[in-house]
Every structure is written in C-alpha cells, then in structure tokens.
Design a binder for this molecule. Structure first.
Ligand code: AMP
Length: 415
C-alpha cells in the first residue's frame, strides 16, 4: 500500500509517501518513495520535494491554504519529471495518515477518521489551540483532495503516554481541577518515544515486557520518557509542551510564581509572559544568541562565549536530572536512548549529559560516541556500562504509515 503521511502545522505541510503493508512491516522493508515540505502556506509558499533517487526540487509559489498546498503536491506527483515509482495518480494513494498533536484522554491509540473522530479532535482544541486546528485543516483538505473514500487515520502525539499512572499525570493542585477541566500531564512526542522504544527492542532482541529504558528526544522541542515494561510511565512534557527539559526557545520546568511576579514587575499580560516562556526562553533566552544547538556549540567553540556555554550547560544538566529521576521511577533502566536533531547529531551534548553518571551505571565510550554516524543506530556505551547508551534516529513518519496500514486493515498494533 502507498500511504500518504501528513503533518500539518498552521502554515506548513510536511508529507511523505511510504510504501508499506503488513508483510513489508514484518520484513522491515517499508520504503519512503517521496517526501516534501511546504512552508509559508497563506502567502508565497516555499516548496521542497524529493523523490527517491532523483534530484531535489525547490521552488516558491503562492498557495492560499492547505487544500491548495495538497493540490500542488498532487500535481507534483503526476509531473513526469518527478514521477514517483508506482504512483500515476490519486488512485495509487491507498490511505492517509495524519499526525494529530492532541488526543486528550479520549484517543489512546490511532484511529480511522470519521465525523465523530473529527469532533473528538475538535474537542481537544482548547488543550492544543495552536496545533489541533491545523491538523483538522489537513484532514478536511485531504478529504476534499483525495475524496471521502480514501481512508484517513489519525495518529496522536499524546497516545503513547496514555499509560501514565495517575501518580505521574496528576499535578499537585486540587483534584477538582482535573475533574472539571482535565488539567493533567498529557505528554508529547509520543510517536517518537514509541519508535525509539520499538527500535531498541529490535536492536537488542528484548520483549516488550522486558523493555525498561529512558528515551531522550532532544530537538528544538525536547522531552524525556520513562518506559517501563514497554509502556510510558512518565514523561517530561506536561499539560503543554512547555514543561520539562529546557529547550530551544521554551523554558521547561519553572516555579509558576515567576509568572505572577513578572506580571507585576513588567506590567505584562499573561499572554505576553507565555509568549516569552514559549518563544524567547530556553537556550535562546539564556544565550541571548540563538535557539539552534549547532550555532550555540559554534559560539562556544569559536568565541568561548560565556552565556552560550551557560545555555549549553543548563540544557545538559536538566537532561541529566531527568535521567536520574527516571532511573528512580523505573527502578533502574537498562538503557538510555538519544534521538532527534541534537540527540542524534551531537556527540558533545551526549557526552556532557552522561558525564559523571558512572555511579548509576552510565559510562559512555567516547570513541564510539564520536564516530556515531549521522542517521545510523549505534550503541555508544562502554563494554562495562551497566546501563547501555544508544543513539537511535527517530522516524515518526514510519510509525504513522505503519499505524495507518494496521488501522485500515484492522490488524493489531505490534509496536
Ligand atoms: P529537530 O527539532 O529534531 O529537527 O532538531 C533541531 C535541533 O537539532 C537544532 O537545535 C539543531 O541545531 C540541532 N542539531 C542538528 N544537527 C546538529 C549537530 N550536528 N550538532 C548539534 N546540534 C545539531
């Protein structure tokens, strides 16, 4: 089956076409046929598109909405210069898998989209006002462009964390606030943590029930996850993605009193303060230079910039503290797995996070850490390290495609 995987933001549309089915999943032989990103939908949009084995296309054209963007993608698919093997037109796309950010407490696994499901995703809008509306736009656009008979499946970022126990997901505020408004930790990046956990099992031959690991998705947005017997039992992002690790522009954990104090001192509104905490804090806020880890490391290496170094140190110490906390939560993990832009590509950050953790059994082999090849899976701990350390590149799109196949064919989930 050819699955069209769609990830819609408010002005972006990322897509992949993945050939997969139950046999291909079993043989790990699913294949990405084409991928692309459209940015700045609503004005002069920027398109990048790549078909497997062909030169990349980059161009700009006005696209007014997500439907126009999808129609544009379809035109590309049928353009002989960018032909995708096995795809001649709409009829060769067999199903669509959507990344949906928030499934609230209702959606605990991936599900076929119908009007009732759309209403459910709409009900979660107040929990993810920036993301769910864009995901719904993508669903409606896909329905119009591909037709209502092409099955659509929603895969939720929050679903993997639906196994969190009450003790982990409740905040220490009056219980009525949870009852009335469903204020609780939901967690995000679930598809990524799930993929990393599945790859760990595959690499080590462990059964799901024997999988006790800590996964670190370290990208521009970052989160940690404690996985016990294959289930997420705690994660660092919370009611929103603002909680937890310090990130590119988000502050991570903070005493809420700071918000009240700041509003008095700066005469700022709640919205202004949250814009600061979400968009101008974290690595960017501390360094005053950049939210981009590569640039931050360059500033440290080339100019010995004090605040860049401070931001880098804070980023690492916070990740380290979550590892410690989750070691306690799962009574010792068998492995720590690094993933996403920073986790996959920066030996320096991995090394700094793991340094001084030999007392809890984590020892990195610096040689292996430094030669870990971009995009490949590797164990980077020493032979004696009680807790193994892995680099596992994430692949959320693959999970989206596989879930779509399983839901459409009504086959049980395997990872
Ligand atoms: P993501 O959100 O997963 O795409 O990750 C984006 C982050 O990964 C940005 O902060 C990048 O600077 C960072 N990143 C990518 N490559 C490297 C690298 N080689 N070293 C350090 N950080 C990197």
């Amino acid at each position: 089956m050819n699955i069209f995987v769609l990830n819609c933001g408010s002005s972006t549309l990322k897509f992949r076409i993945i050939e997969t089915d139950l046999d291909l999943i079993e043989q790990h032989a699913d294949r990405t046929l084409a991928m692309g990103v459209i940015e700045r939908i609503g004005s002069q949009a920027l398109i990048s598109y790549q078909v497997e084995g062909k030169a990349a296309l980059k161009e700009a054209t006005p696209l007014r909405d997500h439907k126009a963007a999808l129609n544009y993608v379809l035109k590309l698919l049928t353009n002989p210069d960018y032909e995708v093997p096995g795809i001649k037109g709409l009829e060769d796309i067999h199903a669509i898998g959507h990344r949906v950010v928030h499934g609230g407490e209702r959606f605990k696994s991936s599900i076929r989209v119908d009007d009732e499901v759309i209403r459910g995703i709409e009900d979660c809008i107040e929990l993810a006002p920036l993301h769910n509306p864009a995901n719904i736009k993508g669903i409606y656009a896909a329905r119009e462009v591909f037709g209502s008979t092409t099955p659509q499946v929603a895969v939720f970022d929050t679903a993997f964390h639906s196994t969190l126990p009450e003790t982990a997901y409740l905040y220490g505020i009056p219980y009525q606030m949870y009852r009335r408004y469903k204020i609780r930790k939901y967690g995000f990046h679930g598809t990524s943590h799930r993929y990393i956990s599945y790859r760990y099992r595959d690499l080590t031959g462990k059964a799901r029930e024997d999988t006790n690991i800590i996964t670190l998705h370290l990208g521009n947005g970052s989160s940690a996850c404690a996985i016990k017997q294959g289930d997420s039992i705690d994660t660092s992002m919370g009611f929103t993605p603002l909680e937890g690790l310090m990130m590119g522009t988000r502050c991570g954990d903070i005493d809420p009193t700071v918000i009240e104090f700041l509003s008095h001192k700066e005469g700022a509104t709640i919205d202004e303060i949250f814009a600061m905490l979400n968009k101008r804090s974290g690595v960017l806020g501390i360094s005053g230079l950049t939210n981009d880890m590569r640039d931050l490391i360059d500033e440290v290496d080339e100019f010995n910039d004090r605040r860049a170094q401070l931001a880098l140190d804070m980023f690492c110490i916070r990740a380290k503290k979550y590892i410690g906390a989750y070691m306690a939560a799962i009574n010792g993990a068998d492995a720590v797995c690094f993933s996403a832009g920073i986790g996959e590509n920066s030996p320096k950050i991995r090394s700094k996070i793991c340094e001084g953790m030999d007392h809890i059994g984590i020892e990195i082999d610096e040689e292996k850490n430094n030669i870990a090849v971009q995009g490949s899976e590797m164990m980077i701990s020493t032979h004696n390290s009680k807790v193994k350390v892995f680099v596992i590149p994430t692949n959320e799109e693959l999970i989206l495609a596989r879930d779509t196949v399983r839901v459409v064919l009504n086959a049980p989930r395997r990872n």
